[in-house]
Design a protein around this ligand. Structure first.
Ligand SMILES: [Zn+2]
Ligand SMILES: [Zn+2]
Length: 324
């Protein structure tokens, strides 16, 4: 029977920050440690096993940081490897992939780039599978001169290994605006977002499930037609990964910087009947506490403004995995 194989989709986040990788301020480490120690005071942690259990049962926001690396999202769809952006998060993703077929030079990865601002490509020179002969890496993008843009950051003024010396077979596929392609039965379409120099969101549809990756976009000064285009692009998505870099105050201050807010994300997600909205491209200067507050404000906004709408809202966190 055709399509009898059930869809097996795994989505995971390897880089969730915008602009530049950013490690937490030392006071944030202290605050996390303080809260953990306070929580464990009343527990009887008498041996290693009870300590490990205690740690594994802590809520994720208490024990982990939201994330330090820039944009990189990984999708595994029944054996096809799709990577959305090659920010600094792709380095650790590459290490994980090397433990499987990529380590034997038998892997095939498809990297879709939204655009080539540095935070979205800076990790590629550190992507281990690209160094292993036998692997095949295909890089897709809509911007003209894609190969030059990627190879340029590996010129010897910037990096010691050129793109052509990396070992794997690296190909480039130039996509047309709004072109729909078929990759092993997976439909991938793009849509131009509103960002300086242009950024392209991707929608991945596979056996009734859909994931939309729409990062680096501002929605303030767009007309109704454009707004409607985005609503259609996001429509019915199981997961919408949405640029929510700024608070509302900051989005006013930083108009035309090409980023948006969590509140705009909620409005779009409601109009487009999205099931799970994830805020992404967190500002490098925002602490975890500030990001948790942004999330809570968005949840409250959804509850008061759209009482009867059911929609899951989360922060994209490094290490988060979603099975679809
Ligand atoms: Zn960016
Ligand atoms: Zn950008």
């Amino acid at each position: 029977m055709l399509n009898a194989r059930p869809a097996k989709i795994k989505l995971s986040f390897w880089g969730v920050r915008g602009s530049i990788p950013s490690s937490p301020d030392p006071s944030e480490y202290d605050a996390k440690l303080f809260n953990i120690l306070k929580t464990c005071q009343l527990r009887n942690l008498k041996d290693d096993k009870s300590v490990k259990n205690f740690i594994s049962n802590l809520p994720v926001e208490m024990k982990r940081f939201v994330g330090t690396n820039t944009s990189c999202v990984y999708l595994k769809l029944n054996g096809t490897h799709i990577i959305l952006d090659a920010g600094s998060g792709i380095r650790r993703l590459g290490e994980m992939l090397m433990k499987h077929e990529f380590g034997k030079g038998e892997g095939e990865a498809h990297i879709f780039l939204t655009h080539t601002h540095w935070d979205h490509i800076m990790g590629f020179p550190f992507f281990a599978p690209a160094y292993k002969s036998g692997n095949s890496i295909t890089i897709y993008g809509v911007h003209k001169g894609l190969e030059h843009r990627i190879s340029n950051q590996q010129e010897d003024e910037y990096y010691p290994v050129s793109l052509s010396a990396m070992g794997a077979i690296i190909d480039f596929i130039q996509l047309r605006k709004e072109e729909a392609i078929d990759l092993n039965g997976i439909k991938i379409t793009n849509q131009m977002l509103n960002h300086p120099g242009g950024s392209f969101g991707y929608r991945v549809d596979y056996r009734g499930k859909s994931i939309v990756y729409a990062t680096d976009s501002e929605y303030k000064n767009i007309d109704d037609d454009r707004r409607q285009t985005y609503i259609e692009f996001f429509n019915g998505a199981d997961v919408l990964i949405f640029d929510a870099q700024f608070t509302i105050d900051e989005s006013i201050e930083k108009e035309n910087w090409g980023h948006s807010t969590s509140i705009q994300g909620v409005d779009f997600a409601v109009k487009a009947n999205v099931k799970h909205l994830l805020f992404f491209h967190h500002d490098p200067s925002y602490s975890d506490q500030k990001l948790e507050n942004i999330l809570q404000d968005a949840v409250t906004y959804k509850k008061t403004r759209y009482k009867n709408k059911k929609i899951k809202i989360s922060l994209a966190r490094e290490g988060l995995e979603i099975a679809l």
